[in-house]
Design a protein around this ligand. Structure first.
Ligand code: COA
Length: 360
């Protein structure tokens, strides 16, 4: 019997989940059944974390205490987070998933997710002296405390922008980093190791989290002053319009809608240019690919919102990791409850059996 490999695993259903799965045709994303449109801007990230992980707004993410420090400050906050998380298991006596129950796993994950916010903020602060914890606790929400720990102060608008970004990026079904977290969890590893594995996976630019390419495009459109011409020239050169199209959604990415609303509400000076480009891009893409819906994705309006929070594009992966602790944690618990080791197969396509001597 011949077997062929499904190289990207597209369409392979490997899990059942009660957490979230994007509604591809309907352009909706719901966490435990609740639409992100309802959550973003009205429920703070820490409670959304509780909804995603514990199915309860009350069992929210505890705000970080003063105790946790990054083991390194390399200038790459994502790398510092990935290095620090595994060290917390021996330091805090976190046991392997195989030896604990789901409630203990939830507790460990809450502590580690909370630590993630603190580690990233401190790593972003670099060599500057730490902000005293008494200052940090002046912030009312996780986003405000994060900004104070990072920059010493939290502007209300910036905190709101960060909070909505975190809420919209908290969970997105079976993406690559979540898959990684589940694989690690399926071996019975401790929660810190499972989270660290996921952090490594999201560092790749193909995971998303690359709004770096969107802002230069908006600059160029503002300069040219004619979005239709800009888009036509770009497509004529065979280039892609950044922030449009999605592997999963066949309609508008619902996260783009939420982030666009936020950009407008918070008064981003980019909104007019961005809307002009969005209109021109969608029209041109519809004309060029009438059978292939290519709509706005999360990167486009995510870039505009993160700019409002004065987040440099290069550090988006670290901020993305803070948000996605919710989805990863929920999936780690769900995987633990299945008790099943993930172990797919491969088709061997290497050399036929041969003696060692044939290589000498
Ligand atoms: N601009 C111009 N053309 C695009 C396009 C875009 N943003 N997105 C897709 N297309 C075109 C492709 O060139 C391809 O055309 P072809 O058949 O003539 O080669 C066709 O649409 C199908 O594209 P495909 O790569 O199969 O779609 P996909 O579902 O695999 O890709 C993305 C999804 C996100 C990788 C893709 O839409 C893209 O590259 N977008 C721009 C980058 C981006 O925004 N990334 C962030 C994603 S969250």
């Amino acid at each position: 019997m011949s077997t062929t490999a499904n190289l990207g695993l597209e369409g392979v259903v490997a899990f059942e989940t009660e957490i979230a799965e994007p509604d591809k045709e309907g352009s909706a994303l719901r966490y435990r059944g609740v639409d992100i449109e309802e959550l973003a801007g009205s429920v703070p990230f820490e409670q959304v974390w509780g909804l995603v992980v514990n199915e309860s707004l009350e069992r929210e993410l505890p705000l970080p205490g003063p105790e946790c420090r990054p083991v390194s400050r390399t200038g790459d906050a994502r790398a510092d987070l990935q290095a620090t998380l595994p060290t917390l298991a021996p330091a805090w006596g976190i046991e392997q998933l195989v030896d604990i129950d789901a409630d203990q796993a939830r507790e460990d994950l809450a502590r580690l997710s909370s630590a993630t916010l603190s580690i990233v903020a401190q790593a972003l602060r670099g060599d500057r002296p730490d902000v005293p914890h008494s200052e940090v606790t002046r912030g009312r929400t996780a986003a405000e405390q994060f900004l104070i720990r990072w920059r010493g102060e939290a502007d209300e608008k910036q905190a709101k922008a960060l909070d909505v970004y975190w809420v919209s990026a908290a969970e997105h079904g079976m993406n690559a980093s979540t898959f990684t977290a589940r694989i690690a969890a399926s071996t019975g590893a401790d929660c810190a190791a499972a989270l660290a594995s996921a952090v490594g996976t999201l560092s790749g630019p193909l995971h998303g989290g690359a709004p770096a390419r969107v802002l230069p495009m908006l600059d160029a459109v503002a300069e040219v002053g004619d979005p239709d011409k800009y888009v036509a020239d770009l497509l004529a050169r065979g280039e892609r319009i950044m922030g449009f199209g999605h592997r999963v959604y066949r309609a508008e990415d619902p996260r783009a809608r939420v982030l666009k609303r936020t950009a407008r509400e918070l008064g981003s000076p980019r909104v007019d240019v961005a809307e002009g480009l969005e209109r021109a891009a969608i029209a041109a893409l519809r004309e060029k690919y009438p059978d292939r819906p290519l709509e706005t994705n999360v990167e486009f309006w995510g870039a505009v919102v993160l700019e409002l929070a004065e987040v440099p594009a290069a550090i988006t992966p670290a901020l993305f990791a803070c948000a996605r602790t919710a989805g990863w944690s929920a999936h780690i618990v769900e995987q633990k409850l299945t008790g099943r080791l993930i172990r797919p197969s491969a088709v061997y396509t290497g050399p036929a059996e041969r003696p060692l001597d044939s290589l000498r």
